[in-house]
Design a protein around this ligand. Sequence first.
Ligand code: ADP
Ligand code: MG
Length: 251
Amino acid sequence: MTLLSVEGLTRRFGGLVAVNDVSFTVSEGEILSVIGPNGAGKSTLFKLIGSFLPPSAGRVLFEGAVVSGLKPNQVARKGIVRTFQETTVFKEMTALQNVVVAHQLGVTASPLGTFFSSAAARADERRFRDSAAEILDYLGLGHVKDVEARNLPHGYLRALGIAIALAARPRLLLLDEPFAGMNPEETDRAVAMVEGIRKRGVTVLLVEHDMRAVMRISDRIVVISFGSKIAEGSPEAVRADPAVVEAYLGK
Ligand code: ADP
Ligand code: MG
């Protein structure tokens, strides 16, 4: 089943076409990576999908309904959630508290307003704590759950950003360069993390500059260069595509 459709998406900045008539779909349960050299338009594409930026042309559909034009929080409520940067983590709170707060915000923002009786609130708090602890466990952060975010090493903070996003119960998780700046060991851990997330039923769309990291985990890969899609297919097909080789080597 198609979860996300990107149709003729285009974004201009003055005379520059950062994203040029890009179309692709993401199926439920898949890990799809968008790769491309620096400046190819990956982050812009991401912002268009999350509605952080309006398109110049084209549209984005989620479960068959147009989401372009909605506000980012409305898109998030439909289930498209991007990871949180380090700057959006509450530094004075522990890892666990950060994820609990993310749960609470998600529920308070939900149209189902069952959050008002104090007994229900207490029950919810327990549920949030359990569920937050579970998320931290399976992301390999269980042993640092009571550490204040400001004392966590960089790699753990990045993982905490993913935990916070998962607390919002995404259907589609957007990851912008999750492996950037990681050494091989950290990349291995992050790859396992993304695979674990998919196993739990979350579809993953990630953009990444480093082709090697995405080869291992992607079901399909979309390649963009200078804003345009130049290839799409299995990791093997994309790696062997002369246009892709040229885009990466011909700079
Ligand atoms: P990538 O993430 O693939 O490195 P980006 O999407 O960040 O690429 O950028 C694509 C192109 O659009 C680049 O040439 C960049 O300079 C330009 N660009 C991105 N954001 C803006 C902006 N807000 N204003 C003007 N130009 C931008
Ligand atoms: Mg980028």
